[in-house]
Design a protein around this ligand. Structure first.
Ligand SMILES: CC(=O)CC(=O)SCCNC(=O)CCNC(=O)[C@H](O)C(C)(C)COP(=O)(O)OP(=O)(O)OC[C@H]1O[C@@H](n2cnc3c(N)ncnc32)[C@H](O)[C@@H]1OP(=O)(O)O
Ligand SMILES: NC(=O)C1=CN([C@@H]2O[C@H](COP(=O)(O)OP(=O)(O)OC[C@H]3O[C@@H](n4cnc5c(N)ncnc54)[C@H](OP(=O)(O)O)[C@@H]3O)[C@@H](O)[C@H]2O)C=CC1
Length: 293
């Protein structure tokens, strides 16, 4: 088997897909970026260029590196465009149904030895692998947001993941100059098993009137030295993703302590998903974010 990963396909050009494309192209990988809608891919390319420009302004990369990295990212409007990839990372919406459909569809276009990975925040890698024709070549590669700034990547083996796939995924993470942490395949893995119940509790704290959005975020920023308040972080992650993770924890561990806060459900039902829809626990439509409660 060819152990070299050169071309990386990314499915889902949202905030995580564009972050993964960004760091992988800067690290020298050729990228094929896919999404359901072509305008999403174009928007992602513009975002990546903007984020790389910030790095240039900071002196983290040279402008020539930005241009070379941008040239390595190619739009892949059809799933068959991912055919030449050595590794395909799925970073689409956090829904098991959506992901399973993607895996079933993409497998037909991939080489038998290509690795398939999911950036899922919470869903069982073993169950997702079962929707593919290659459970032994399937693995969880879970990046943190924002990808260009966060050092950690969780690696999660499904029951069938073979040693070669695990080693190649580990090598890929090292090539991105990131640190891998290995988690067993349990709901929400390590980071989100701990982080998301904390965020959910912050939403309960708001729901029960213990404090306002501003009071809760200020309390955790200045009282616990968190870089972002929990509600600000929830908006940053996306409230739909936060709710999906809590649902996976609640269903998968069958413990009422993971019950998603009804207020979180209400925000998602309203389509107030946080920064990506310009409204969540804060309203981002003006010059500076304004708490919505
Ligand atoms: C849900 C899941 O499955 C798992 C998860 O990811 S959970 C979420 C995990 N992430 C976190 O917890 C993030 C918590 N927040 C933080 O650590 C910090 O607020 C942060 C690192 C995001 C930003 O730090 P900050 O200093 O407050 O912000 P900011 O000043 O805007 O940015 C710092 C630098 O990074 C740069 N930057 C920000 N976003 C960037 C991006 N996407 N790409 C490139 N550069 C970026 C900025 O340009 C800035 O550079 P300068 O210092 O030169 O201005
Ligand atoms: N947000 C975060 O902090 C983190 C998220 N993750 C995980 O990464 C994944 C993506 O999250 P994130 O980037 O935040 O979400 P986004 O909503 O920003 O992006 C998801 C993208 O996937 C697209 N998409 C939906 N269905 C399909 C499909 N069938 N084929 C191709 N693309 C599709 C969406 O398009 P459209 O909008 O048109 O539906 C959207 O562009 C999720 O699994 C999430 O749990 C992991 C770590 C951190």
């Amino acid at each position: 088997m060819d152990h070299q990963i050169k071309t990386v396909g990314i499915i889902g050009a949202g905030q995580m897909g564009n972050g993964i494309a960004h760091v992988a192209s800067v690290a020298g990988f050729d990228i094929r970026l896919h999404d359901v809608a072509e305008d999403r891919i174009n928007a992602a390319l513009a975002t990546i260029d903007g984020n790389m420009a910030r790095q240039v302004a900071k002196g983290a990369i040279a402008d020539e590196d930005r241009r070379t990295a941008m040239r390595r990212i190619v739009a892949a409007p059809k799933l068959e465009d991912l055919g030449p990839c050595d590794l395909v990372i799925e970073a689409a919406t956090e829904s098991e149904e959506v992901k399973r459909k993607i895996f079933t569809a993409v497998c037909a276009h991939l080489r038998p030895d290509a690795i398939l990975a999911s950036n899922t925040s919470s869903i069982s890698i073993t169950r997702l692998a079962a929707a593919t024709d290659r459970p032994e070549h399937f693995i969880g590669i879970h990046f943190m947001n924002p990808v260009p700034l966060m050092q950690l990547v969780e690696l999660i083996r499904g029951i069938a993941t073979d040693d070669g796939t695990f080693e190649r995924a580990k090598g890929f993470v090292a090539a991105l100059h990131k640190t891998a942490s290995v988690s067993e395949d349990f709901p929400a893995f390590i980071v989100n098993r701990i982080l998301l119940p904390m965020i959910n509790e912050a939403v309960y704290t708001l729901y029960e009137g213990v404090g306002s959005v501003e009071a809760i975020d200020t309390a955790m920023k200045l009282g616990a030295n968190h870089p972002m308040g929990p509600l600000q972080l929830a908006d940053f992650i996306g409230l739909d993703t936060c709710l999906s993770v809590m649902q996976v924890l609640h269903d998968g561990l069958a413990d009422s302590k993971y019950r998603p806060c009804p207020l979180l459900v209400k925000y998602v039902e309203a389509g107030w998903l946080g920064r990506k829809t310009k409204r969540g626990f804060y309203d981002y439509r003006g010059e500076k974010p304004i708490p919505t409660r």
